[in-house]
Ligand binder design. Structure first.
Ligand code: 13P
Ligand code: SF4
Length: 303
C-alpha cells in the first residue's frame, strides 16, 4: 500500500505535468516511485526527450545541471540541491589550458560526472557506458580525459592506439572498494562472478569478470546464466538487481559502497521539491551555452 507521502507525490506529479528521474544509486523507495530509473547516460537521454514541464532529478548536481543545460526552457528541480559529486570538481585550475598548449591535436573528453564549468571547457562529454566508443570515434590522437583517472585508465586500456592523458580525480566511493574485501567475497562464494564499475581502481578491475556502467552491470546480471554475483559499485543498484532476478544472489564487499550524496534524495524531500518548486537547478545562460555543445556531441556520437 502507498504511504501518504507517495500518494501526494503522484498527485502533484500529475497536476504539475512533472516527470521524476532517478539514478540507480538513489534510495529504493525513490527508485520505486520514479518514472524513469537508469544510469547517467540513459537519464541524460530521457531528460533531453522529455515533454514534461517539470523534471525532478533524484541524483546529484551534475545530473540536474546536465538536464537543465539540455532543456534550458524547462524547470528542473532536485529534492536536495546540496547532493553533489565530489569527483565533479576534481580538475586543477588551469590544467585544461595547460594541456591544450602542450598538444596541438588535443580532445578534452569530459566524464559527465563534472561541473558545468568543466564541461564548458571540453570538446565532448562521455558517460561510463559510452566512453570507450566515443574516444575510439574521435579523430584526435591525444586525449585529456577528465576528471576520473580510473575510468580514463579503463578507456586507455581499451583504446591503445590513442595517447590518453589521465587527470588525478576519482570517485571516493568506488576508489575505496578494497581488493582484499572483494577477494574475501570470492573466497566465500567461489562460483560468483565479479561485476565492477570502471570508476573502481585497476586492482579491482583486474579481479573482475565484467566491467560496465550501472545499467550494463544490471543487464549483465539479468542475462547471465550464473546465479551469484559480487557487485563492485554503489549499493543502490541492489534494488534493481533483486527486482529483476528473484532467484539470484548478490553480494557486496563488507564495507558496502554507499554514496551519501545520492542518499540525500528522500521521498520527503522529493515531495517538498514538487510542492514548493523551491529547489530549482539554475545554470548561468552563458555557461549553459558553452556546456551544451559537448553534451549534444556525446548524444550524437553515441547514437
Ligand atoms: P553511471 O550511471 O554512468 O553508471 O555512473 C555511475 C556514477 O557514479 C554516477 O554518479
Ligand atoms: Fe560521484 Fe561517486 Fe557518488 Fe557517483 S558514486 S555521484 S561518482 S561520489
Amino acid at each position: 500500500m502507498k504511504s501518504q507521502v507517495e500518494k501526494e507525490i503522484l498527485k502533484l506529479k500529475e497536476e504539475k505535468n512533472a516527470v521524476i528521474l532517478a539514478h540507480y544509486y538513489a534510495p529504493d523507495e525513490v527508485q520505486e516511485i520514479a518514472d524513469y530509473v537508469g544510469d547517467s547516460f540513459y537519464l541524460a537521454k530521457v531528460a533531453k526527450k522529455s515533454t514534461a514541464e517539470i523534471i525532478v532529478f533524484c541524483g546529484v548536481s551534475f545530473m540536474g545541471e546536465s538536464a537543465k543545460i539540455l532543456n534550458p526552457e524547462k524547470k528542473v528541480l532536485m529534492p536536495d540541491l546540496t547532493a553533489d559529486c565530489p569527483m565533479a570538481h576534481m580538475v586543477a585550475e588551469g590544467k585544461i589550458e595547460e594541456m591544450r598548449e602542450k598538444y596541438d591535436d588535443l580532445a578534452v573528453v569530459c566524464y559527465i560526472n563534472s561541473t558545468a564549468e568543466l564541461k564548458a571547457k571540453s570538446d565532448v562529454c562521455v558517460t561510463s557506458s559510452n566512453a570507450v566508443s566515443i574516444v575510439k570515434a574521435l579523430p584526435n590522437k591525444n586525449i585529456f580525459f577528465i576528471p576520473d583517472k580510473n575510468l580514463g585508465a579503463f578507456v586507455a586500456a581499451q583504446v591503445p592506439e590513442k595517447n590518453i592523458i589521465l587527470n588525478d580525480g576519482y570517485c571516493p566511493i568506488h576508489a575505496a572498494i578494497s581488493a582484499q574485501e572483494v577477494k574475501a567475497e570470492k573466497m566465500c562464494h567461489p562460483g560468483a562472478l565479479v561485476l565492477t564499475h570502471p570508476e573502481c581502481e585497476a586492482e579491482i578491475l583486474a579481479i573482475s569478470d565484467y566491467i560496465g556502467s550501472t545499467a550494463e552491470i544490471i543487464a549483465y546480471a539479468k542475462e547471465s546464466p550464473c546465479a551469484e554475483f559480487i557487485i563492485c559499485t554503489e549499493d543502490g543498484v541492489e534494488f534493481k538487481l533483486r527486482y529483476d532476478n528473484a532467484g539470484k544472489k548478490f553480494y557486496f564487499p563488507k564495507t558496502r559502497p554507499c554514496c551519501a550524496d545520492m542518499k540525500l534524495n528522500t521521498l520527503e524531500k522529493l515531495l517538498h521539491a514538487l510542492e514548493s518548486e523551491e529547489n530549482e537547478v539554475l545554470v548561468d545562460a552563458q555557461l549553459s551555452e558553452a556546456a551544451i555543445a559537448p553534451l549534444e556531441k556525446m548524444l550524437e556520437l553515441a547514437r
